[in-house]
Design a protein. Structure first.
Length: 304
């Protein structure tokens, strides 16, 4: 199968811990070993990844560069380590390529007026309020904590999609659309330029999966799957659902909501399955024995 695997930014760093090169490599090593299982099973794999913690950290350094440039920088940082750890975890003769990927967005997207995408570390309410005043940041509540939020416009077009196809045709394991891709807009004269935003990684990955006619779209995160009544005594894992069933439910816009939307859009458009679950359960998610599977099939095989 051709599988697009989306690694969540929080799956590549431990929530609440300081972001360090050593800690990030440790998390990426776990991801690489999990993805290597798919390669060993003979699947064709395209890898995307989040960068919210990483790009937020760079933005904290009072960088003179805008978010699109910082996003490109994190793509190189994460892609380099991921390539290396994949090479260490899998056959040395496998070929990998990290591709900086521009994704066009609409400058009139309403997301620019309502920032919801979390980036950077978590803060207390007091620290977040102080940063908001000092830097003019928009702050949102992420569970019990607070984080910076930025605009997250919907992806329209992947500029390097033909290059990705060429690499796949040559048997290359492609790492692309990192951090949701580098957000760009088309100017009146037809040229492209970056814009201050962070595209949601799951929506961008879903667009990639549809554009590549993937057989499966797998989103890896730090939770078991999608839960109904999350955070209440009645919470329960949704092991399978159709897009219409999930579409009738509400999920947080800054966390699980985009994953559910992207999964539903892929299942609806492609007629294939999407899965959401833990990084360490990658092979089980593909097999349908773990996490949440989204498909048009109303009668999936029972789980053991």
């Amino acid at each position: 199968m051709r599988i697009v695997v989306a690694l969540g930014g929080n799956a590549l760093s431990v929530r609440g811990e300081a972001l360090t090169a050593e800690g990030q490599r440790k998390s990426i090593r776990v991801a690489a070993k999990s993805i290597a299982q798919l390669l060993e099973a003979g699947h064709e794999v395209v890898i995307t990844h989040g960068n919210g913690p990483q790009v937020g950290y760079l933005a904290l350094q009072a960088s003179p560069f805008p978010l699109d440039v910082l996003g490109a920088k994190t793509d190189g940082m994460i892609g380099y380590v991921l390539q290396q750890e994949l090479d260490n975890a899998y056959l040395p003769e496998a070929r990998y390529a990290t591709l900086l990927t521009q994704i066009e967005v609409d400058p009139a997207d309403p997301a620019f007026q309502a920032p919801t995408k979390f980036i950077g570390p978590i803060y207390t309410e007091e620290a977040a309020s102080k940063l908001s005043l000092e830097r003019g940041w928009t702050i949102g509540q992420d569970g019990e904590h607070f984080r910076r939020t930025v605009p997250s416009p919907r992806p329209k077009r992947i500029l390097e999609i033909d290059v990705i196809r060429l690499l796949l045709d040559q048997g290359v394991v492609v790492i692309c659309a990192g951090g949701g891709g580098i957000p760009v807009v088309q100017k009146d004269d037809g040229t492209m330029t970056g814009i201050e935003a962070v595209i949601d990684k799951d929506h961008a990955s879903g667009l990639l999966a549809r554009s590549l006619d993937a057989d499966a779209f797998v989103m890896l995160t730090d939770v078991e799957g999608v839960f109904a009544d999350w955070g209440t005594p009645k919470q329960r894992l949704i092991d399978h659902a159709t897009p219409s069933e999930l579409g009738a439910m509400d999920f947080p816009a800054g966390s699980m909501g985009p994953k559910v939307e992207a999964a539903c859009a892929f299942a609806d458009a492609a007629g294939k399955f999407a899965a959401i679950g833990r990084l360490e359960d990658t092979a089980k998610l593909v097999a349908g024995t773990s996490g949440t599977r989204v498909s048009l099939d109303r009668h999936p095989p029972p789980r053991a």
